[in-house]
Ligand binder design. Sequence first.
Ligand code: HDD
Length: 720
Amino acid sequence: MEPTKKGVHENAKTDDLAKDTESGQDEFMTTNQGLRINDDQNSLKAGERGPTLLEDFQLREKIMHFDHERIPERIVHARGSGAHGVFELTESLSKYTKAGFLQTPGTKTPVFVRFSTVAGSRGSSDLARDVRGFAVKFYTEEGNFDLVGNNVPVFFIQDAVKFPDLIHAVKPEPNHEMPQAASAHDTFWDFISLTPESMHTIMWAMSDRAIPRSLRMMEGFGVHTFRFVNENNESVFVKFHWKPVLGVHSLAWDEAQNLSGKDSDFHRRDLWEAIESGNFPEWNFGVQIVEEKDEFKFDFDLLDPTKLIPEEIVPVQIIGKMTLNRNPDNFFAETEQVAFHPGHVVSGIDFSNDPLLQGRLFSYTDTQLSRLGSPNFHEIPINRPIAPVHNNQRDGHMRQTINTGQSSYHPNTTGGGCPFQAKAAEGGFVSYHERIDAQKVRARSHSFFDHFSQATLFFNSQSVPEKNHIINAFRFELGKLETPAIRERVVGMLTRVDKTLAEKVAEGLGMPVPKPAENLNQNIPADGDPADFQPFDVNPELKISKALSMAATVKNTIKTRQIAILAADGVDGDSLNTMKLALEAAGAKTKIVAPHLGFIADANGNKIKVDQSFLTSASVLFDAVYVADGTKSAALLQGEPDAVHFVNEAYKHCKAIAANGAGAKLTELSAVGSKLHGEGNAGEKITEAGVLIDHSPDEFIKAIAQHRFWEREKPGKVPA
Ligand code: HDD
């Protein structure tokens, strides 16, 4: 397969992209013109203590380049982390689509994925309560297909024209630029309180989905309804899903806030380290297919991006797996410069008339012009398709391709008519021939006006702890508002989702439950009659969808989980090593946390290397804690307030805690101990959920796999 220029990929079958890398290894340092540099330490001066000379082209080139190193960050999704990988098809979709990469099981397609938060700046914390972006670029042999989705299956608004308003509202307030990467402020909730269509996505954003444990443990969704088109030009509707093999897991809100201080790169680091250590993150790829004839059979509109199709109604068929197996070589060149666009599709994949999707189709090419600065952004290595590119587009800032020949237009004879158009049978993209017979109107379909039923479905589908977390998230967010009227409007709106939810939120805010505003929806045209725009509720058949709760997710593995082993001088080496080896054999990562760095000595005087001191560590960086046996070690740890805090905090965040022998003493000083002593009779085996004193490693492993013991939290209190 041509072309063969450096940096353009020769073999589209490769599961790894060719790269324009440059390491400088074993090479002389040069200027950008290739001149070898003799002195990179000093500028050229008139005398050692004299003024620097204008003639110093070397200095000017270096400083000029430095001065322009930053590019505008993404207007949304500025904070992100990326990785390379491969998508392998396991089930053919040829019945539904002619997309080449979805035909033959076993076909491997290289991918680049970028995960992101939405609201924060490029340097903001990974741990913000926020929807996460989940954007996948498939480098297929027929061109790039970008699935630019999120980790929640619905969106805040129904029409792209409202996107700038939504984003202006959630971004830091324009007068003082606060708060960073947080929705807990007046402008966001002011907008939401006047925009009832946001209520379903708000429920997801206030749930633990918005504080994932790891980017590797999030679901991904294409959100919109797309179309598949097959060889016979028959079309079906499709929704795309990513399901993480490690299950869907989240942090506690208090933990996320602490992590922002302890390690604001927590998610980025977790992804990077997992890939570096060969623990490649994996997702199953699934589709929900709806025949065209069934378009109107649901109690919501398929074109409405604030609605999902419950999996109980249309099951997700798993058709492939994505594995992320290589970290980028250079963050800027790859993760920062990657340009996604929902309009990057291949033949066989097409759009529905979802008005949010339609607006996105304009926005993404447009934004690259201000962000990457040139219509040639597709020539940046990370954006280049592996399919060859031939057309009559020419020139522009930073053009890389050297087009040869006389012609740059079509039709032509000077170039022998080349490049020529492809028939549909040759892979030429033909938009689906959807019949449209309508008036040109600025309007929203009445079928979009059920704003609460799925918000209610989501809330009802949550486990009790998940519901409590949502209640507390609302209390937190609304508790931060300065304008009481906004708070009242939001709580009023919540009464339409669930009465108990509204009551509990109001209780936490110390206010009576208000009535919902008369004209709830303020997103109406100037000439519109407010009465015509008010939301209605349907009474959906489905009252609970298990797939919406994380409680029923994968809980059979501790692979890649981080376990802290607390120890000090005099620790029982056997107790420590038995647990450490068992945890590592089960795929977990262990770190020995001690009062100081360097080494500690076990009871037999053997040296044990310390990974982290209490000063540099924190329980929030771990999934579980083990306190090893050893009388002296336990006594030293008991005298270390940071060690006691470590166990306390792990307990507060409902993590699995194990201790053996004297190690149990540490737990006695903490909340764990007081709780344990309050219950049970002397001599009775302790039964506090997830706290294992003198249990086997196997039992600890099973407990860690449960992720969290939410039943330990007090309703309405920590850790949410
Ligand atoms: Fe968007 C970036 C996801 C609605 C306009 N969006 C962006 C990214 C993701 C999403 C994951 C980051 C891509 C990357 O990592 O580079 N956006 C979504 C989803 C939406 C959505 C799932 C609704 C279902 N977006 C949306 C609308 C508009 C935009 C309605 C505008 C009308 N989005 C943009 C953008 C960004 C972007 C301004 C910023 C940087 C970029 O595109 O490349 O054009």
